[in-house]
Design a protein around this ligand. Structure first.
Ligand SMILES: O=c1ccn([C@@H]2O[C@H](COP(=O)(O)O)[C@@H](O)[C@H]2O)c(=O)[nH]1
Length: 273
C-alpha cells in the first residue's frame, strides 16, 4: 500500500497529531536521567512505547540519536521498530539531500526495507535543486515509502531562501517552485500521493500555494508557538492532510507514560475540533 494511502488511513483512524521523539539533553535531565546513552535509551523507548499506540505518526529527530554515535543510532533503530510495531507510521526527520549518487545511498539507508533504519518516510531538503531528490523519489516509489520535502520551514531564517524569487527575480518564489514539483509528482494519485511538504505551523502566511495532492507535515506546533487555530488558518482546505508535530511540548509531560499518552490524545482531540 502506498505511503499516501497509509497516511490517509492512519490519520482517519487515529487523528493527525505527530509525536516528535526528540531526546533533548535538558529533557533527559527533567526526566531524572543522565545525558548519556543509557539515559537516551530509557527516554526514547519509554516515550515511544507511551505514545506510538495512540498516534498516527511518530517523528524521531535523527540528530538527537547521532550525537551518541553508533550506540545512539542503535537506539534509533529500536525506536523505529517499536513505533512500527505499535501501528504508527514512522517519519525519520533527517533532512537529507545531496548530489544524486549520494542521495541514492541515503535513500537506501532510510527507505529500503532491507536496511536496519528503514522507515515509512523521511524528511529531505531540495536546496541542492529539486532534481537532486530523484533517487529518493524513485526509491520511495519502489518501496511504497514517502518523502516530506522542506518547503517553508518553521524557523525565522527560512524565508531568506524559501521566499527568494526564481528566474532572476521574475518567477515564483522558491517555495512555490517546490510545491509545483510536488503537484507534478502526486498528480492523479488516490486518495493522496506519497510526496509531501514540510510547512511550519509558525508561518504568518504561506508564500506557496499548498493546494497539491500530497501529505503535509507542520512542525512548530507547541513549543515553537503553533496552535490548532494556526493549522486551520495556514492550511485552510488542506488541513485534512496535515500532520502537526510537536516534540518538546509533548515530551515535557513525561516520564509518566499515562501523562504522555493523555497529552497525545488531547492534541488529537484539539486538532479534530
Ligand atoms: O521546519 C521545520 C522542520 C523540522 N523541524 C523539526 O521538528 C521538531 C520540532 O521540535 P519542537 O520541540 O516541537 O519544537 C524538531 O525535530 C525540528 O528539527 C522544525 O522544527 N521545523
Amino acid at each position: 500500500m502506498t505511503f499516501g494511502r497509509r497516511f490517509t488511513e492512519k490519520l482517519a483512524e487515529r487523528g493527525s497529531f505527530c509525536a516528535g521523539i526528540d531526546p533533548h539533553g535538558p529533557l533527559l535531565e527533567a526526566w531524572g536521567l543522565d545525558d548519556d546513552v543509557a539515559g537516551l535509551e530509557r527516554f526514547a523507548l519509554a516515550a515511544t512505547e507511551a505514545v506510538a499506540p495512540v498516534c498516527s505518526m511518530i517523528k524521531p529527530q535523527s540528530a538527537f540519536y547521532e550525537r551518541f554515535g553508533s550506540r545512539g543510532v542503535a537506539v534509533l533503530e529500536r525506536v523505529v521498530e517499536i513505533g512500527r510495531q505499535a501501528g504508527a507510521l514512522v517519519l525519520l526527520d533527517v533532512k537529507r539531500g545531496d548530489i544524486g549518487s549520494t542521495s541514492q545511498a541515503y535513500a537506501d539507508a532510510y527507505l529500503d526495507p532491507a536496511s536496519p533504519l528503514a522507515c515509512d518516510a523521511v524528511t529531505v531538503s531540495p536546496y541542492l535543486g529539486f532534481g537532486s531528490l530523484t533517487p529518493f523519489v524513485e526509491t520511495a516509489r519502489r518501496h511504497d515509502a514517502g518523502l516530506f520535502v522542506l518547503v517553508e520551514t518553521s524557523n525565522k531564517e527560512g524565508p531568506e531562501v524559501q521566499h527568494a524569487r526564481t528566474d532572476d527575480g521574475a518567477g515564483p518564489t522558491v517555495a512555490q517552485r517546490m510545491t509545483d514539483h510536488l503537484r507534478e509528482l502526486n498528480a492523479g494519485a488516490e486518495p493522496l500521493g506519497s510526496f509531501g511538504a514540510v510547512v511550519g505551523a509558525t508561518l504568518a502566511s504561506p508564500a506557496a500555494d499548498l493546494a497539491f495532492n500530497g501529505p503535509l507535515l507542520a512542525p512548530g506546533f507547541g513549543a515553537q508557538g503553533g496552535t490548532p487555530a494556526d493549522i486551520r488558518r495556514i492550511f485552510g482546505a488542506q488541513a485534512a492532510h496535515v500532520a502537526p508535530s510537536s516534540s518538546r511540548e509533548l515530551l515535557r509531560r513525561g516520564p509518566d507514560p499515562a501523562a504522555l499518552r493523555e497529552a497525545a490524545l488531547r492534541a488529537n482531540d484539539e486538532l479534530r475540533a
